[in-house]
Design a protein around this ligand. Structure first.
Ligand SMILES: CC(C)C[C@H](N)C(=O)NCC(=O)O
Length: 494
C-alpha cells in the first residue's frame, strides 16, 4: 500500500476541520432564536449583586446557570464561598460560584472560561426606554440589563460548547467554567476560592479566557489589560438628625459642605489627580505604547457623538486612549444621605457619605492607594477645622491586570478573529476592572486572555444596555473557532 505524503494528510485534515467549522456555523445560525430566548430568560432575573434585597434573585440566577450546564452533561458544582458582612454588621450568604467541566482528556489542553451573571442596578425611572429586565429587540439590538455585561457572553460560551455537542463533534479542548455572582461589587469571596482550588479544580487548567469587556469600535478586539478599582466611602456625620435649613442654617457646620469641600480636592478640572503619590506611581508611557495607540483606528468625533458630549478631556487620540486604559482616574459616583428626589426639600442632612473610586494601573497597589487617600482626605478635612466626624473606608480594592500580547493565546485569538470576521483584531486595553483577572494570574501563573464580544456602544452599566444579535451570534462562532485554535497550540509553546 502506498503511503500518502504527510503534507497531503495535513491538507486533508484541515479540509475536514473547515467542513466541520462550517457545520458549526450553520448550527449557530439556525439556533439563533433559541439563543435569544435563553438570553431573555437570563435577563429576566434581576440578579443585582449591589442590592441586598435582590439576593434571592441572585441565588436563583446561580441555580439557573448550574442547571443549564448540568443539562448539557457538565460536571457541575455550586461552590459555597461563605458570607459577606453588611455595613450594619449583619451577615449575608454570598451567591455560590458555579464550576463546571466538560470532558477530561489528559491528552488535551484545558481551558477555563470565567464569567459572571450578576448585574448592575437597572430601573425604568433611571431613563431606560424599555423595561430593563425584559429583553427587547430593536433594530437588531437586544436591550436589557446585563445583556452585554455579562450574560450574553457567558451564554455564547455555553452555546459554543453546546454546538460541538449537538453535532457530535468532540470538543477540541477540555472546557471548564467558573461563573460567579459578585463581579459587579468586587468579586467578594472569589479570590479565596481561587486560592483554595488552585491545586484541585484549577490544577490542570492551561489557559483562562475572560469575555467580560467590549470592542473599541466596530472592529473585533483582543484585550490585554484592565485597570483596577479602589472604591471608597467618605462619610461625614454632624448633628444627630436632619435639620430644617431655614431654622438651623447658618448656625451649624454642615456635613454636606464639608464633604463637597474635601471631594473637590481629589482631582483638578483638567483631570489631574491631586492626591500625592498617585501620579508618581504610574509608569511613563513608552514609545512603543505611544506607537501602538497611534496605530489604532479610533474616531474621536464618533466617540463624542456616542457619549453625547461636545468636548473630551484630551483632544488627541493617544492621550485619550492612554487615559482610558493606562493612567489612573478619580470618579465621584454619588452621595448617600443627600436629598436627590424631585422637589425642593430644604433639609440639612445630618450624615452624608460620598462614594468615589480610583481606577488604578499596574504599578499601583490598592493598599498603598488606601493609605494615600485616607491620609489625604483626613488632612483636607482637618484644614477645615470642622467639628464633624469623617470616616474613610475602602470597600473594594481590586487590582489591575496586564498580559503579554506575544503569548500564544493572543496568536490563537488573532487566528480565530481572522477566521470569523476576516480582519485583524485591535489589540486594546480596558479601562474597567475584572477583579479576579489579576488573582488568576498571580495564583495560578496560567496564561490569560480577554476575548470580548460586546460592542463599543453597548452601554454597560448605563441606561438601555444592549448587545446586538450580530455580536451575540458572531461571538458564539468566535468562541467555537477559538476552542479549535487553542487546541492547535503545541503544549511546548505554553
Ligand atoms: C468593562 C468592564 C471590564 C466590565 C466588567 N464587568 C465590570 O463592569 N467590572 C466592574 C467595573 O466597575 O469595572
Amino acid at each position: 500500500m502506498k503511503l500518502l505524503p504527510l503534507s497531503c494528510v495535513l491538507h486533508a485534515l484541515s479540509i475536514v476541520h473547515a467542513f466541520r467549522y462550517d457545520h458549526l456555523v450553520e448550527h449557530v445560525n439556525s439556533h439563533q432564536d433559541q439563543y435569544v430566548q435563553a438570553l431573555r430568560e437570563w435577563v429576566s432575573v434581576e440578579s443585582d449583586s449591589s442590592d441586598v434585597s435582590k439576593r434571592a434573585e441572585l441565588h436563583r440566577m446561580m441555580e439557573m446557570t448550574a442547571d443549564k450546564l448540568r443539562a448539557m452533561g457538565g460536571n457541575v458544582t455550586l461552590v459555597d464561598i461563605g458570607e459577606q458582612q453588611l455595613p450594619n454588621g449583619e451577615m449575608l450568604a454570598l451567591p455560590k460560584v458555579v464550576t463546571a467541566q466538560f470532558i477530561s482528556d489528559p491528552l488535551k489542553t484545558t481551558v477555563c472560561v470565567y464569567g459572571h451573571v450578576d448585574v448592575q442596578p437597572g430601573k425604568l425611572e433611571d431613563g431606560w426606554a424599555t423595561e430593563p429586565y425584559n429583553l427587547t429587540e430593536i433594530n437588531g439590538n437586544m436591550h436589557g440589563r446585563g445583556t452585554s455585561d455579562n450574560k450574553a457572553p457567558v451564554l455564547a460560551w455555553i452555546h459554543a460548547v453546546e454546538a460541538y455537542q449537538a453535532l457530535n463533534i468532540e470538543l477540541p479542548v477540555n472546557v471548564k467554567f467558573i461563573i460567579e455572582g459578585m463581579e459587579e461589587t468586587g468579586s467578594n469571596g472569589l479570590d479565596a476560592m481561587v486560592v483554595a482550588q488552585r491545586d484541585t479544580f484549577l490544577l490542570d487548567v492551561d489557559y483562562i479566557i475572560i469575555s467580560d469587556c467590549g470592542w473599541l469600535s466596530l472592529r473585533p478586539a483582543l484585550t490585554y489589560g484592565t485597570r483596577g478599582n479602589c472604591y471608597f466611602s467618605a462619610e461625614i456625620e454632624g448633628a444627630k438628625q436632619d435639620l430644617h435649613s431655614g431654622v438651623y442654617g447658618g448656625t451649624v457646620i454642615e456635613p454636606m459642605t464639608d464633604l463637597i469641600g474635601i471631594l473637590d480636592t481629589l482631582i483638578s478640572p483638567s483631570g489631574k489627580i491631586l492626591i500625592p503619590g498617585i501620579r508618581e506611581a504610574v509608569d511613563p508611557l513608552t514609545d512603543e505604547e505611544w506607537k501602538t495607540y497611534q496605530d489604532i483606528e479610533f474616531d474621536m468625533e464618533n466617540y463624542k457623538n456616542k457619549l453625547g458630549v461636545t468636548e473630551l478631556m484630551y483632544n488627541n487620540k493617544v492621550d485619550l486612549l492612554a487615559h482610558m486604559w493606562r493612567y489612573p482616574t478619580v470618579s465621584i459616583h454619588g452621595i448617600e444621605g443627600a436629598f436627590s428626589a424631585p422637589g425642593t426639600k430644604t433639609v440639612i442632612p445630618a450624615k452624608v457619605a460620598a462614594k468615589f473610586s480610583i481606577r488604578q494601573v499596574p504599578s499601583m497597589d490598592p493598599e498603598v492607594v488606601k493609605k494615600q487617600v485616607t491620609e489625604y482626605l483626613e488632612a483636607a478635612f482637618a484644614r477645615r477645622k470642622s467639628p464633624n466626624k469623617l470616616k474613610v473606608t475602602m470597600v473594594i480594592g481590586a487590582k489591575p491586570w496586564l498580559a503579554n500580547t506575544q503569548h500564544v493565546l493572543y496568536e490563537a485569538g488573532k487566528k480565530a478573529v481572522k477566521r470569523v470576521f476576516n480582519v485583524e483584531p485591535d489589540m486594546i486595553r480596558e479601562g474597567g476592572t475584572i477583579p479576579v483577572a489579576r488573582t488568576f494570574q498571580d495564583v495560578t501563573g496560567k496564561g490569560i486572555i480577554m476575548m470580548p464580544i460586546g460592542g463599543f456602544d453597548d452601554g454597560m452599566h448605563s441606561q438601555n444596555e444592549k448587545i446586538s444579535r450580530y455580536n451575540y451570534l458572531e461571538g458564539t462562532k468566535l468562541f467555537i473557532a477559538y476552542l479549535h485554535e487553542v487546541s492547535q497550540i503545541q503544549k511546548s509553546r505554553v
